[in-house]
Design a protein around this ligand. Structure first.
Ligand code: S3P
Length: 191
């Protein structure tokens, strides 16, 4: 069941930026989190595709990864200038120092930390992720875990999504952490 909490109303101070590897559940969790706290949801991959008028695999094929990364940086910086929302980013976005700095200045970063087995279960055989369209995709994912997790660990908040933990639980953990650090407040008169 989706998390829905129509009896409560919340105020979000800054944009919640979800980071983590492909298959961590950033988009699904992000959409449900936004719904639960009554705010907007944006997916940076969707925004890049809309701005380019092409799918991510087409962007990689036609212009290469660096072109995609440049677009990703521009889109993230533009979105962070907007009203507070929940923003799901692509798995590589938080690796760029400039993005981490922009997120630290305008948002709060949340790493959805999932184990390799869970990630692989969710991404294997699915098209749409150019980095994994190869025979050794599982090894590529394992290498990305080794390379990226120390950087994702710099996020303001970490929530675990291990062993296929339901997305609802992850949403609840994020809400609890946001309330605790004051980025999210519950409107007075509500319990
Ligand atoms: C990427 C992750 C993808 C997408 C692109 C590159 C990455 O997004 O941005 O294929 O470098 O990890 P998801 O993490 O939403 O799959």
């Amino acid at each position: 069941m989706p998390v829905s909490d129509s009896t409560r109303s919340y105020k979000l101070d800054r944009t919640v930026v979800l980071v983590g590897l492909m298959g961590a559940g950033k988009s699904t969790v992000g959409r449900r989190l936004a719904e639960a706290i009554g705010t907007g949801f944006i997916d940076s991959d969707d925004e890049i595709e809309a701005a380019a008028g092409m799918s991510i695999p087409e962007i990689f094929d036609t212009f290469g990864e660096q072109y995609f990364r440049d677009g990703e940086n521009r889109v993230i910086s533009r979105l962070l200038d907007g009203a507070p929302a929940v923003l799901a980013t692509g798995g590589g976005a938080f690796m760029a120092e400039a993005n981490r700095a922009a997120i630290a200045a305008h948002g709060v970063s949340v790493w959805i930390n999932a184990d390799l087995e869970t990630l692989w279960e969710r991404v294997q055989g699915k098209p749409g992720r150019p980095l994994l369209q190869r025979d050794d995709a599982q090894q590529v994912l394992a290498d990305l875990v080794a390379k990226r997790y120390p950087v994702y660990a710099l996020a303001d908040i970490t929530v675990d999504s291990h062993h296929g933990q339901p997305h609802e639980k992850v949403v609840k953990s994020i809400i609890a952490a946001l309330l605790e650090n004051g980025v999210l407040t519950q409107n007075e008169g509500q319990s």
